[in-house]
Design a protein around this ligand. Structure first.
Ligand code: HH2
Length: 276
């Protein structure tokens, strides 16, 4: 059976899974400030597991458009105590960071997936992950969070994102990260207009055709606000619809804030499609 190797965890690639978002930040765009206290963050982690998260993605730096970078010591202070308490449980812990020092500390604290919006392009990032048995998620981003929404431009967004992801997967494999440890992600909202995001979602199956498991993160994002006219606090239905559309087009994992609602939608999808 096809599986993703994620430290000692094995995640089946046979059915779609949910990555639950746990932002230990004061300023994330949709849940900033809710889980900055270690106990609250850990409790939220257990809640997301109960609701059906197959992975918990812990982040200590908001990467929303225009966000200013967080000092390294502060990012470490936010995430490491939470990882220490949640690691080793029923589901793997993912560290959402683009900083090598944070990857290293998180892996030492028990994280077994490195989710990097910068696709391990920082010096030392590939080697840091290759030295472990952790899985990696390589995401496409045009520009940096500070400037990425200023004027995103592509001649062919699907082709360019696909080419970038293929090149990063090859770089990861060349560095010694086995193919069964690699996830790719088109990076919805990271240097993309509403039209770019919709084109990517519409054409997700062409990215899935590359053969690597795909992660899609549309949860509560501004593209859904643009389509529905809803504020960030009122995008659950739009997010569930987007997650389902992503799965229907070949996404293996969806990164979501609203785990229970997404799990119900995927259960219905699975009941109808899973038997085929
Ligand atoms: N989106 C966000 C953060 N990390 N990682 C992957 N692989 N894919 C994504 O689409 C993705 C991601 C942004 O969402 P969120 O964490 O809720 O917000 P913020 O960056 O403000 O903390």
């Amino acid at each position: 059976m096809a599986e993703l190797h994620c430290g000692s965890y094995r995640l089946s690639l046979e059915r779609p899974l949910i990555m639950g978002v746990l932002n230990v930040t004061p300023d994330s765009f949709s849940d900033g400030g809710l889980f900055t206290d270690v106990d609250r963050a850990v409790a939220r982690g257990f809640q997301l597991m109960e609701e059906g998260a197959a992975v918990l993605d812990i982040g200590g730096e908001s990467t929303r458009p225009g966000a200013t970078p967080v000092p390294l010591q502060e990012e470490l202070r936010r995430v490491i105590p939470v990882i220490e308490q949640l690691a080793g449980g029923p589901v793997p812990i993912s560290i959402d960071t683009r900083h090598v020092e944070v990857m290293q500390a998180a892996l030492a604290a028990g994280a077994t997936l490195v989710n990097d919006i910068n696709a391990l392009r920082a010096p030392g990032a590939l080697a840091c992950c290759a030295a472990t048995d952790a899985a990696v998620c390589l995401m496409h981003m045009q520009g940096t969070p500070a400037t990425m929404q200023d004027d995103p431009h592509y001649d062919d967004v699907l082709q360019e994102v696909g080419q970038f992801l293929k090149a990063r997967a090859e770089a990861a494999e060349a560095a010694g990260i086995a193919r069964n440890r690699i996830i790719l992600d088109p990076g919805f909202g990271f240097g993309k207009t509403v039209a770019h995001n919709l084109t990517l979602l519409r054409g997700l199956d062409t990215l899935a055709a590359a053969g690597y498991p795909l992660l899609a993160g549309l949860s509560r994002k501004s593209v859904l606000g643009a389509v529905t006219g809803r504020a960030v606090t009122d995008r659950v239905s739009g997010s569930v619809a987007a997650a389902l559309l992503a799965v229907m087009r070949g996404a293996w994992m969806v990164r979501v804030h609203d785990v229970a609602a997404t799990a119900s939608a995927l259960a219905v999808w699975q009941a109808v499609e899973g038997g085929q």
